[in-house]
Design a protein around this ligand. Structure first.
Ligand code: C2E
Ligand code: MG
Ligand code: MG
Ligand code: MG
Length: 285
């Protein structure tokens, strides 16, 4: 009897594993085609100064439209791209397009000249030994100034191959590029690397911002991160700000910057340009 059950369970496990493998393969095939046909798009989410309410820049976020499935979230396809190595080609395109677009806006609108563009870089992209050269060449070819580019990396990037990554980040910093730690607090946090890796911005993960105004524990964590960053001379961006109360409390805690649906959802290039053209102050209550 026990044996039979075990067998049945094994069969179920096997089927779902098989289904998963098929889904992964389908996604890989789809991504490969999307790379060839250049079907990706970038959307841009405003980052604002909480005190002055000025727009300070954007985070570039990749988008993929599937003919049958509609919009596919990067949370779903970026892990597949990382697994299959396709992230190298995708990441190269993202960096190029984000820099090209920012430079174009800076040429078109004087008010955009102080804006910065943040680009997400996967841990796998740091396995390319010529990543720094690529970034440098990319800046040269698109015309964007290094000081207007920020790279968002996660704690896992710093943990994997720490010595090599440290020297690559030092070179990036020497070029004038900004470095942000994304999703801060969710990974393998060691405070020593803030100093070691020449980080200039911490992005507090949205899971800490969610309900932090009513959750005493979360608000203590958020406050601690802000104070720590201030003492180290590092900027702080709160991610996932959705309510005016959160924005108000963050400002009370002296958090300088915010990003979230309260200010704006990620916008396509056309809507982003309209925002730049219209007004650099983001209005919220
Ligand atoms: P991330 O870098 O932490 O990006 C922020 C995510 O939070 C975005 O999700 C954004 O749409 C979402 N978000 C912004 N404001 C709010 C808010 O107020 N509430 C909530 N609930 N969410 C908010 P998105 O665009 O789905 O991207 C998910 C993740 O996919 C990104 O997280 C990043 O890790 C990855 N990703 C996106 N684009 C790229 C890319 O070009 N390259 C790489 N390597 N990864 C990317
Ligand atoms: Mg990010
Ligand atoms: Mg994040
Ligand atoms: Mg994230």
């Amino acid at each position: 009897r026990a044996k039979g059950l075990g067998k049945a369970r094994y069969a179920v496990f096997d089927t779902s594993m098989h289904a998963q493998a098929v889904a992964l393969l389908q996604m890989e095939t789809y991504l490969r085609r999307a790379v060839e046909r250049q079907e990706f798009q970038l959307h841009y989410q405003p980052i604002v100064n909480l005190k002055t309410r000025e727009l300070v820049g954007f985070e570039a976020l990749i988008r993929l439209w599937h003919a049958e499935r509609g919009f596919i979230s990067p949370a779903e396809f970026i892990p597949v791209a990382e697994e299959t190595g396709l992230i190298i080609q995708i990441g190269t395109w993202v960096l190029r397009e984000a820099c090209r677009q920012m430079y174009e806006w800076q040429q078109k609108f004087t008010a955009a000249r102080n804006l910065k563009m943040s680009v997400n870089i996967s841990p796998k992209q740091f396995r390319q030994l010529d990543l720094v050269t690529q970034v440098e060449q990319n800046l040269r070819e698109t015309g964007l100034n290094a000081r207007d580019l920020k790279l968002e990396i996660t704690e896992s990037t710093l943990v994997e191959n720490a010595d090599l990554v440290a020297s690559m980040l030092k070179e990036m910093q020497a070029l004038g590029i900004g470095l942000s730690i994304d999703d801060f607090g969710t990974g393998y946090s060691s405070l020593s690397y803030l100093h070691r890796f020449a980080i200039d911005t911490l992005k507090i993960d949205k899971s800490f911002i969610k309900d932090f105004n009513t959750d005493g524990e979360k608000s203590k964590i958020v406050n601690t991160v802000i104070v720590l960053a201030e003492n180290l001379g590092i900027d702080v961006i709160a991610e996932g700000v959705e309510t005016a109360e959160q924005a108000y409390l963050l400002q009370e805690l002296k958090c300088q910057f915010g990003q979230g649906f309260l200010f704006s959802r990620p916008l396509d290039a056309q809507a982003t340009e309209a925002l730049i053209a219209a007004k650099l102050e983001c209005m919220w209550v």
